[in-house]
Design a protein around this ligand. Structure first.
Ligand SMILES: *Cc1c(COP(=O)(O)O)cnc(C)c1O
Length: 425
């Protein structure tokens, strides 16, 4: 039946999906079609229940269809869906985010993480009057042209597009470096530092499974950006309000110039944002000359979902409890793998985890991630799915725990993982 739904979808939607990872290409097979969700559970088109560790790729930190968020959305919708004029809730949202993330002095709402990244890069280029941006291999910042670029033949040679449709002439302004490699970073700044408009980085990378940045590496990055007057952009679309209430920047105690946000700040609605130092943000239209706009940006329904989410996760002890759940899960799965003799390493921070089929002890680079055993991941993924546990359909994606996952849910996951590890070994 799912196959039939997927075939129908493929007739009118490219690949049958509206975002490629949903198509199960990496793990093969047919994606689930989801009918509804509640708390930590998804229900597919056959009403089979799954314990969900994808959480819509991050936003569902309170579990699905949280009653207070649903109520906030309903209440807002009754008063109108969008006005294209200022509303008070946009100011409340801005205040809330600035309170939780003090590096952000002014913020503008957009509709996705991609849009936030695109706008932040334009702002950094306009503000500095420079064109070059630096990014890191393994980080993902959405699908805007300047960021769908990989390193050319050498780190400092012209970047090359990773997708047809991205002009080569544009890609040459993007330099791609190795994540967590301090020497290469220093070398790059020595050579081209005075031309770098911005460095964009996931301070904790969540798009090569989960790989935390190294403190010394990030400190060095901050210093180099200061020295060369380049704008440091932290992409916290995934980690913002997920790894800690103050995001990854609060863990490393580093103040970026601009932060981009998404996922959790929309509470499940399509929302993104970019914000940072007031003197930089003041260059955006209408105060400044750098153009940026959005018909539905800051619309009241999305703001209600996001603000309610942020208020709920600001409660005392929320993140201690979330991280504790993640730790129990990670320790349990790691222990089970060891018992069965399956080589496995795991990383976790706050409500996020990464699972690596490898005999490496620490996973701190993109290279180590791509050398993990994908076959093992695929067996694990399908084994877990069969047992009603929904993990990301790709070994390059992180896992997400929500506050609605109970101790029993986590125990069930560990026991099931142990059962599936036996199929691998
Ligand atoms: C998801 C994500 C994006 C893109 O956000 P969209 O809303 O999918 O456009 C950008 N950066 C990071 C780190 C992300 O995880």
């Amino acid at each position: 039946m799912t196959k039939k739904l997927f075939d129908e979808a493929k007739k009118r939607i490219p690949g049958g999906v509206n975002s490629p990872v949903r198509a199960f290409k990496a793990v093969t097979g047919t994606p689930l079609f989801i009918n509804k969700a509640s708390g930590p559970y998804l229900y597919d088109s056959k009403d089979k229940k799954y314990l969900d560790y994808v959480g819509s790729w991050g936003p569902m930190i309170l579990g699905h269809a949280h009653p207070e968020i649903v109520k906030a959305v309903n209440d807002a919708a009754k008063c109108g869906l969008s006005f294209g004029a200022p509303t008070e809730i946009e100011t409340q949202m801005a205040n809330k985010i600035c309170d939780l993330m003090p590096s952000i002095e002014k913020i503008r709402m957009v509709n996705s993480g991609t849009e936030a990244a695109m706008s932040a890069i334009r702002l950094a280029r306009g503000y500095t009057g420079r064109d070059i941006i630096i990014k890191f291999e393994g980080c993902y910042h959405g699908h805007t042209d300047s960021l769908l670029v990989k390193a050319g033949s050498g780190a400092l040679t012209f970047g090359v597009p990773t997708s047809p449709g991205v002009p080569t002439d544009l890609a040459k302004y993007t330099v791609t470096l190795t994540y967590n490699d301090i020497h290469q970073l220093q070398d790059a700044f020595e050579k081209i530092g005075n031309k770098v408009a911005a460095v964009i980085i996931e301070p904790i990378a969540g798009n090569m499974s989960l790989v935390p940045g190294n403190q010394e590496f990030l400190n060095t990055l901050r210093e180099l950006c200061n020295k060369h007057q380049s704008v440091l952009i932290f992409d916290e679309v995934m980690t913002g309000f997920r790894v800690a209430l103050g995001g990854a920047q609060s863990i490393f105690n580093i103040t970026p110039d601009i932060t981009i946000l998404g996922k959790i700040i929309g509470g499940g609605m399509p929302v993104g944002a970019f914000g940072g130092k007031e003197n930089i943000m003041n260059h955006i239209a209408p105060d400044g000359p750098i153009y940026q706009a959005g018909t539905l940006s800051g619309n009241p329904v999305a703001m209600s979902a996001g603000l309610t989410t942020l208020n709920l996760i600001s409660s005392e002890g929320f993140f201690n409890s979330l991280e504790h759940k993640t730790k129990i899960l990670v320790d349990g799965i790691t222990e089970s793998a060891k018992k069965i003799g399956v080589p496995l390493a795991m990383n976790y921070v706050g409500g996020m985890f990464g699972l690596f089929f490898t005999s490496e002890k620490t996973i701190d680079s993109f290279e180590k991630v791509i050398n993990c055993n994908k076959e093992h991941y695929n067996i694990f993924f399908h084994g877990m799915l069969e047992e009603g546990i929904y993990l990301a359909p790709s070994s390059y994606e992180a896992g997400f725990v929500s506050s609605s996952h109970s101790d029993d849910d986590i125990k069930l996951t560990i026991d099931t993982a142990e059962k599936i590890f036996k199929k691998i070994n």
